[in-house]
Design a protein around this ligand. Structure first.
Ligand SMILES: [Fe+2]
Length: 400
């Protein structure tokens, strides 16, 4: 009965995701494209910008070239670097207060997923005042936000193109998902120079997050020929370039390809949503503090195997389009090759497969929450039974 309820609900979510009105950002791509974005902003006539970032990036000197270019072009910038990982309502409100005080006309988010999620909300909140909790849900804001420029400094979350932000309500400790087409940034720069210094561990984790977006989007019931094309391209780019970017952070071609892949995967899953790997990963983040990308990598192969026969033709398509399997190989064998390659990739990058501090008695709660999250949000290709999910999570306990 519950499965039927979730299936009906997922049909509703599927249509909402497909129909959510939004524009895609104008993308500047390549080395130096973040500076091109700054010059473009000035050409558009803006003279006051709020830079949203975090204290580490602001202190690292990574923003200096962009700040210099903006100043040279006559744009007065105020840096708000108060965004922390898993940002909360207060940080967004504080950023919006700085924006208002300084009469900024545009928001430029420079950072990873947390920074970009917060920058998107600051731009939206400025033109839609009130309690952020009101915007929990789908398409709640009335007015478009301020012009929004996004510059990712990691290649993984896809936040620079998705119509969603996740924000923590500190009063309830609940993570609130704001989904609104008006959150999609207007301009994006995919500049590999800004990911050059990303440490290997974060390169691996964020890259596996992008891979999980791409594969789960490809399998989603909400996928379309266009989203499948983008997800398949992202998957191929990640298999080809993530090991290179991990081995040599200075490989700018690989870094650029990873930014492109992350963006494509973001466009795809922004329409289709994700699946059980994310549902479990979010619980591992909540219960054990496991970094999001690492948590996805811990469970993606097991989730794909658990889906079983219904997804093998789709996994085989991904294997073939990624050059992992020949056209003559059977679907079952090609699908197995894809899952095997994901397993190898996480091993080659020395990724941890053990969520720290996961206790056996936490498993039922994790399974329950993952089922609820999937039922609410993810049009998965097959609904897994509680004991199937329990088996996947229990193995992580054994590993821990
Ligand atoms: Fe993700």
């Amino acid at each position: 009965m519950k499965t039927l309820y979730f299936k009906l609900r997922a049909i509703g979510v599927t249509w909402l995701l497909r129909l959510l009105p939004r524009n895609q950002p104008l993308v500047f791509s390549g080395r130096g494209s973040s500076l091109e974005l700054c010059r473009q902003l000035a050409l558009l006539g803006y003279t006051r910008a709020l830079i949203v970032s975090d204290a580490f990036l602001a202190g690292s000197g990574l923003l200096d070239d962009m700040l210099g270019t903006l100043a040279q072009a006559g744009v007065k910038c105020t840096v708000f670097d108060g965004i922390e990982p898993d940002p909360n309502f207060e940080q967004v409100a504080a950023g919006e207060a700085v924006l208002t005080r300084e009469s900024c006309e545009v928001v430029i988010g420079i950072g990873g997923g947390s920074v970009l999620d917060a920058a998107k909300l600051i731009a939206l909140l400025h033109n839609n005042p009130g309690d952020l909790a009101f915007y929990d849900g789908i398409q709640k804001a009335k007015n478009p936000g301020l012009p929004l420029f996004a510059v990712p400094t990691t290649a993984g979350t896809g936040s620079e193109t998705t119509p969603a932000s996740v924000i923590t309500d500190s009063a309830t400790h609940r993570k609130v998902a704001v989904a609104d087409g008006k959150l999609v940034p207007h301009y994006v720069a995919l500049d590999p120079d800004l990911t050059r210094t990303l440490p290997p561990r974060i390169t691996a984790a964020t890259g596996m997050d992008a891979l999980t977006h791409a594969v789960e989007s490809y399998l989603s019931r909400a996928s379309t020929p266009v989203t499948r094309d983008m997800a398949a391209t992202a998957t191929r780019l990640i298999f080809e370039n993530l090991p290179r970017a991990y081995q040599n952070g200075e490989d700018m071609d690989a870094r650029q390809a990873m930014l492109t892949a992350s963006f494509y995967a973001g466009v795809a899953f922004g329409r289709t949503s994700v699946g059980y790997a994310h549902a479990i990963a979010h619980q591992l983040g909540r219960v054990c503090g496991t970094p999001h990308g690492e948590a996805n990598a811990m469970v993606l192969p097991q989730v794909l195997e658990a889906y079983g026969a219904p997804v093998r033709p789709a996994l085989a398509e991904l294997a073939r389009s990624s050059g992992l399997a020949a056209a003559t190989v059977s679907d079952d064998a090609a699908a197995a090759t894809l899952v095997q390659r994901i397993t190898e990739l996480r091993r080659e990058m020395g990724m941890s497969l053990e969520p720290t501090g996961l206790a056996a008695d936490a498993v039922p709660g994790i399974v329950k929450a993952a089922i609820r999250e999937t039922g609410d949000l993810y049009p998965v290709p097959r609904y897994l039974e509680p004991d199937e999910l329990g088996g996947i999570v229990s193995k992580l306990v054994a590993a821990a």
